[in-house]
Design a protein around this ligand. Structure first.
Ligand SMILES: O=C[C@H](O)[C@@H](O)CC(=O)C(=O)O
Ligand SMILES: [Zn+2]
Length: 276
C-alpha cells in the first residue's frame, strides 16, 4: 500500500494523566511519518487534524483519499499544507506544477482533486484540517513569513518564530502553520508555556542529530508529563495541553494548529510558577 493511516481518538485530561509512558506515546507521539515511497497519515480526532508524511521514491506520490475523511477525494472538504523538510521538489495540483523548495510550504485549498508529491530527496510533512471554503493554492516561503523574535540567551530560549500563515500571506479556513528556529545554544521552545483550548496543535521536531532528543512536555499545566521525541517525529497536543520542550542539542520544529479561530495571539499564558 502506498497510503496508510492510523486513527487517534481524542483523550480527556484526566484519562491522559493516568497513562504510563507507552500509552502516552501511543496516543500523542507519531514516530513513523516518513517512509520512502509512502504517504502515511495519522488522523486525529482533536479538531480532525490529519498529520502525515510523503516521501517520493522514484515516482510522484498521489494524495489518495483515506476512509476517515469519508469523501471521494482527500480534499473534497479539507485544506492542506505540505511542508518540504527535504530537498527541492515539485507538487502537482490539478495539472499545475509548483516548485516547493527546502522549507517551503504549499497551501492547497479545498476542492483540489489531483495532488501529487514529487522530487527525489524531497520530504513532505503534511497537515490537513476540515475546510468550509476554497482558497487558492499558494506557495509560502520563509522570506514571506512574519517573524517573531522571542526569549534570550540567558534562559536558553532565544528563538525566531516564522509565521508562514499570516494575514498578508494566505487565507486559510483553520490551518495556522509556521516554523521555529533557535539561536545557537538555545534549546527551550514555547517557554514560558501556554495553552489554547480553541485550537489543537501538532509539532514536528527535525534537524536533530541521531542521538539527540527533545524532552517534550504535555498535559494540563499542573499535571505535566513528558515525551522523549527524536528526529522527524511529531506530537499531537490536545487543546487542553501545554506543548513545550527542551532539546539535548540543536533542532528546528514546525508547529501547526487547527480549531475555532486562526488568531495566533489568542493563547492563555501559563505563569512560570504555575507549572507542576
Ligand atoms: O501557539 C503557538 C505555538 O505553540 C508555537 O508557535 C510556539 C513556538 O514556536 C515557540 O514559542 O517556540
Ligand atoms: Zn501553542
Amino acid at each position: 500500500m502506498t497510503t496508510e493511516f492510523d486513527i487517534r481518538f481524542a483523550i480527556d485530561p484526566i484519562t491522559a494523566a493516568g497513562l504510563g509512558t507507552n500509552e502516552l506515546r501511543e496516543n500523542f507521539l507519531i514516530d513513523d511519518l516518513f517512509v520512502a515511497g509512502q504517504v502515511r497519515w495519522t488522523y486525529s480526532h482533536y479538531d480532525r487534524m490529519a498529520v502525515g508524511g510523503a516521501v517520493p521514491a522514484g515516482t510522484p506520490l498521489a494524495l489518495d483519499t483515506i476512509k476517515p475523511t469519508g469523501t471521494a477525494n482527500f480534499l473534497d472538504r479539507r485544506e492542506l499544507i505540505a511542508v518540504n523538510i527535504g530537498a527541492a521538489g515539485q507538487v502537482h495540483v490539478d495539472g499545475v506544477e509548483h516548485a516547493v523548495g527546502p522549507r517551503d510550504m504549499l497551501y492547497v485549498g479545498m476542492g483540489a482533486k489531483d495532488v501529487r508529491f514529487g522530487g527525489e530527496g524531497a520530504k513532505y510533512y503534511l497537515l490537513s484540517a476540515p475546510a468550509h471554503a476554497s482558497y487558492p493554492t499558494t506557495l509560502l516561503q520563509q522570506s514571506g513569513a512574519k517573524r517573531l523574535d522571542l526569549g534570550s540567551q540567558e534562559t536558553a530560549n532565544q528563538r525566531s518564530i516564522y509565521q508562514y500563515v499570516n494575514a498578508d500571506s494566505v487565507r486559510t479556513c483553520q490551518l495556522v502553520v509556521g516554523l521555529t528556529q533557535f539561536a545557537p545554544g538555545s534549546v527551550w521552545n514555547t517557554m514560558p508555556a501556554h495553552v489554547h483550548d480553541r485550537r489543537m496543535e501538532a509539532y514536528l521536531y527535525f534537524d536533530l542529530k541521531p542521538d539527540a532528543f527533545v524532552v517534550h512536555l504535555m498535559g494540563e499545566p499542573t499535571e505535566s508529563r513528558h515525551l522523549i521525541v527524536r528526529n522527524e517525529q511529531a506530537i499531537l497536543s490536545p487543546p487542553w495541553s501545554i506543548h513545550c520542550g527542551a532539546g539535548t542539542g540543536a533542532y528546528t520544529f514546525i508547529w501547526a494548529m487547527a480549531g475555532d479561530n486562526v488568531d495566533y495571539t489568542d493563547v492563555d499564558k501559563v505563569a512560570m510558577e504555575d507549572l507542576l
